[in-house]
Design a protein around this ligand. Structure first.
Ligand code: G6P
Length: 367
C-alpha cells in the first residue's frame, strides 16, 4: 500500500511525530520488560570476546554512531574507533582479530558503507549492522543483524530512523556492558526502565511543536547558525546542524561546546543564532560557561535544556525549549526531537521543499 501523509503537511513532519511509536516498537524486540533485561537476537559468537568496536556509517547514521561511541566506552569500557565510510575504506584502518565492526544505515544500501562492510568482512571482523530495511544488502551480509523498526522513511532528511538507531545502540551498549561484567543486575534493570520510559519522554518533547514553530522566524533570516553540545550531545549538535542545512539551506555548524573558542567564536555576532543542547548534569556548568562566552559577544542563544538547566541559565537567552529531565542514556533520543522540529519549521518558514531537498538523495548508492 502507498504510504500516505495523513493529516500531516510533509512526510518529515509525520515521521517526526511517529517517533514515540516506532521507538517503542523497536525497543520491544530488545528489552524483556518483565525480567528487566536487555535481549539481543540469537548469535553464534560470544559478545564478551569482543575487544574493540569499529563503527562506520554516513550522514545521520554516522552521528548515531558517534553517540554510540560515548555509550560503548562509558558503559561497556570498550575501545571504539569511528569514521565516515568514505574515509574509512581508504585510510587502511588497523583491524585486529577479535574486533566487532558495526555498520549503521537506514537503507542498508549506502554504497560507501556497504563497501566498508565488505572490507571489514574480508579482514576477519565480526560484522554487526543496525539497519531499517531488513531485506537490504547490509542486512543479508551481517553476522549480527540488529534491525530498527522505524517503518519506511520517505523524507530525505532522516528523523525516525535516527532515534530508532539510537534506541538499538543504547540496548546494545547495555548488553555489551552486561557481557563484560560492567553492569550489575540492578543497573541493567534501571537502564531497561529508562528505555521503557523513552517513548513518553519523546511525547513530552513533541508537545513543544507549536512553541518551536513560533521560533522559526527567529532562525529563518540567519545566514549562519551554530549548534553546541558536549559529550553524547555533541553528535546531536552535529545532527541539528545537518538537519538545518539539508532542508532550509542555511549554513549551520555543529561544534563541541568547549572547542568553540578555537575558531567559531570568531563568527559570533547578533546575526548568528546559537543553539545550545545542554541537559542539566555533570557537563552542564562547562557548557553554560561556553554559552556565556557567546552571549558576551552579542550572540543570541536558544537553550535546549530541562527545567533545572533553564532555571539556572535560561535568563537572557533569545529563547528556551524545556525538555523533560531524563537519564543521560536517553537524552540524545529526546533532544533529537527539538532539533528536528526546529529545522522542520525553519524550512517551512522559508518555503523550501522539505521532503525532497535540492541535490540530496534518500539513499546514496554511488561511491
Ligand atoms: C543520505 C540521506 C541521509 C542519510 C545518509 C546515510 O545522505 O539523505 O538522510 O543519513 O544518506 O544513509 P543510510 O541509509 O546509510 O543511513
Amino acid at each position: 500500500a502507498a504510504i500516505e501523509k495523513g493529516n500531516y503537511r510533509h512526510f518529515m513532519q509525520k515521521e517526526i511525530f511517529e517517533q514515540p511509536v516506532v521507538v517503542a516498537q523497536t525497543l520491544r524486540s530488545y528489552l524483556r520488560r518483565v525480567e528487566q533485561t536487555v535481549a539481543l537476537p540469537q548469535i553464534d559468537f560470544d559478545l564478551a570476546s569482543i575487544n574493540r568496536v569499529t563503527i562506520v556509517a554516513c550522514g545521520t547514521s554516522f552521528y548515531a554512531g558517534m553517540v554510540a561511541k560515548y555509550w560503548f566506552e562509558q558503559f561497556a569500557r570498550l575501545p571504539v574507533d569511528i569514521d565516515v565510510a568514505s574515509e574509512f575504506r581508504y585510510r587502511d584502518p588497523v583491524l585486529e582479530p577479535g574486533g566487532l565492526a558495526l555498520f549503521i544505515s537506514q537503507s542498508g544500501e549506502t554504497a560507501d558503507t556497504l563497501a566498508a562492510l565488505r572490507h571489514c568482512k574480508a579482514a576477519g571482523q565480526t560484522i554487526a549492522v543496525v539497519v531499517n530495511v531488513p531485506t537490504s544488502s547490509m542486512a543479508r551480509e551481517a553476522d549480527l543483524l540488529l534491525p530498527t523498526h522505524a517503518g519506511p522513511e520517505i523524507g530525505v532528511a532522516s528523523t525516525k530512523a535516527f532515534t530508532c538507531q539510537l534506541a538499538v545502540l543504547a540496548a546494545l551498549a547495555a548488553h555489551l556492558a552486561v557481557k563484560r561484567g560492567r553492569l550489575t543486575r540492578a543497573e541493567e534493570a534501571e537502564i531497561v526502565e529508562q528505555l521503557v520510559e523513552t517513548p513518553a519522554c519523546l511525547n513530552a518533547a513533541l508537545a513543544h511543536d507549536e512553541e518551536i514553530a513560533g521560533m522559526a522566524h527567529l532562525i529563518a533570516p540567519a545566514r549562519d547558525v551554530l549548534y553546541l553540545g558536549r559529550g553524547p550531545d555533541y553528535p546531536l549538535a552535529l545532527e541539528g546542524a545537518l538537519k538545518l542545512k539539508e532542508i532550509s539551506y542555511i549554513h549551520a555548524e555543529g561544534y563541541a561546546s568547549g572547542e568553540m573558542k578555537h575558531g567559531p567564536i570568531a563568527l559570533i555576532d547578533e546575526a548568528v543564532p546559537v543553539i545550545v543542547l545542554a541537559p542539566s548534569g555533570p557537563l552542564f556548568e562547562k557548557t553554560v560557561s561556553n554559552m556565556q562566552e557567546v552571549r558576551a559577544r552579542g550572540g543570541k542563544v536558544v537553550l535546549i535544556s530541562d527545567a533545572e538547566g533553564i532555571a539556572e541559565a535560561g535568563e537572557g537567552c533569545l529563547a528556551t525549549i524545556e525538555m523533560p529531565k531524563v537519564h543521560p542514556l536517553i537524552a540524545p533520543l529526546v533532544y533529537a526531537v527539538p532539533v528536528q522540529l526546529l529545522a522542520y519549521h525553519v524550512a517551512v518558514a522559508k518555503g523550501t521543499d522539505v521532503d525532497q531537498p535540492r541535490n540530496l538523495a534518500k539513499s546514496v548508492t554511488v561511491e
